[in-house]
Design a protein around this ligand. Structure first.
Ligand SMILES: Cc1cc2nc3c(=O)[nH]c(=O)nc-3n(C[C@H](O)[C@H](O)[C@H](O)COP(=O)(O)O)c2cc1C
Length: 326
């Protein structure tokens, strides 16, 4: 029994597993290339990078694998166009666009022969994406880490999105084991996107302190925070989040205007960079609700082998005839 492969447009990955893009600088070339080499789709997060830095990461990943490499950029960032073009110019296979909807990105990608995969939180946006020429959509539920576009769980949203479109639908949010993958595929998805589980791997570019926050977190510690992007976000409670909850964080007056629109409650990029670099007291540690089920820091190879094995065990257990009354 083998996990099915995942075809998105003209690109096929041996395993139906996308490693979610994680900004700022959590998923860079080392993580994305390791995932692509192991048979999944590796995603470099572009938000918060300069176009030159993103080009460098794509080049590094491209040099170390001929597997499927994607770039994730939030539509909300001011340099969205420049970042997408930098990734396309370096030969990325796929662009994944989250936190907003851009019509332009479809023509940029189509012109370059690059697959475009929007992240959606409703059947309406999934349909719109298909109409504009999306190769697949990722449906992200409220369990996910990072910015959230919906308050509904992924398995609740999935059926209506599968009904709405004919392109492959990928489920994201709350997937950390092979048994979770089986549940999402059984519900009709073509694959899964996993973020938190990959943030806590050896190849993730998060600091050791960031990864330790994942290992220590219980479900009570994983909370919804307000983000200046204008969307809620999911993160691990720490002194910064406690200050945010008390309304005790000074608004920013001057900045580099990295977002198209910013509520300026605090600088999201600054807080994400701090956490990535190891300041988990004053930084913001984005994490999905499933981080409470993460208890180790494997290498990507170890993790991928484990996911396949867990999926196989769950599939064989489901296939066994149940023992009836004797
Ligand atoms: C630390 C972190 C950073 C993230 N950054 C981004 C991002 O920059 N862009 C994006 O579209 N999604 C981002 N996400 C969401 C992931 O790509 C993925 O969809 C999500 O984590 C799936 O849920 P899971 O964490 O339960 O697996 C982030 C998630 C985490 C945990």
């Amino acid at each position: 029994m083998d996990l099915p492969s995942l075809t998105i447009g003209t690109r096929t990955a041996r395993l139906p597993i996308i490693q979610g893009g994680m900004a700022v600088r959590i998923s860079l070339a080392p993580l994305a290339a390791a995932v692509a080499r192991a048979g999944g789709i590796g995603v470099i997060a572009g938000s918060g990078l300069s176009p030159e830095e993103l080009a460098h990461e794509v080049r590094a990943a491209r040099r170390s694998t001929d597997g499927v490499i994607a770039v994730n950029v939030m539509v909300a960032v001011r340099l969205f166009k420049e970042l997408v073009h930098a990734a396309i110019d370096e030969g990325v296979d796929m662009v994944i666009a989250g936190a907003g909807f851009s019509r332009d990105v479809f023509s940029w990608c189509h012109d370059a022969g690059v697959e475009i995969v929007p992240i959606v939180g409703s059947a309406r946006v999934a349909k719109l994406s298909e109409r504009f020429g999306a190769s697949a959509v990722i449906v992200e539920g409220c369990e996910a880490g990072g910015h959230l576009g919906t308050d509904r769980p992924m398995l609740d949203l999935l059926p209506e999105i599968l009904d709405a479109v004919d392109i492959p639908v990928i489920g994201a949010g709350g997937v950390v084991t092979g048994a979770d993958i089986k549940r999402v595929l059984d519900a009709g998805a073509a694959g899964v996107q996993m973020g938190s589980r990959f943030a806590a791997t050896v190849e993730s570019s998060a600091s050791d302190a960031f990864k330790q926050m994942y290992l220590d977190a219980t479900s009570d510690d994983i909370v919804i925070v307000k983000s200046p992007v204008g969307l809620p976000g999911r993160a691990i409670r720490n002194p910064f989040v406690e200050r945010l909850e008390r309304g005790d964080v000074p608004r920013i007056e001057r900045c580099v205007a990295c977002l198209k629109e910013c509520h300026r409650d605090y600088c999201i990029i600054d807080k994400l960079v701090k956490a990535q670099q190891g300041d988990v007291v004053d930084g913001l540690v984005f994490a999905g609700s499933s981080a409470a089920r993460i208890h180790d820091i494997p290498t990507v190879d170890e993790l991928m082998a484990r996911l396949v094995e867990e999926w196989r065990e769950a599939s064989e257990a489901a296939a066994e005839p149940s023992a009836g009354p004797v």
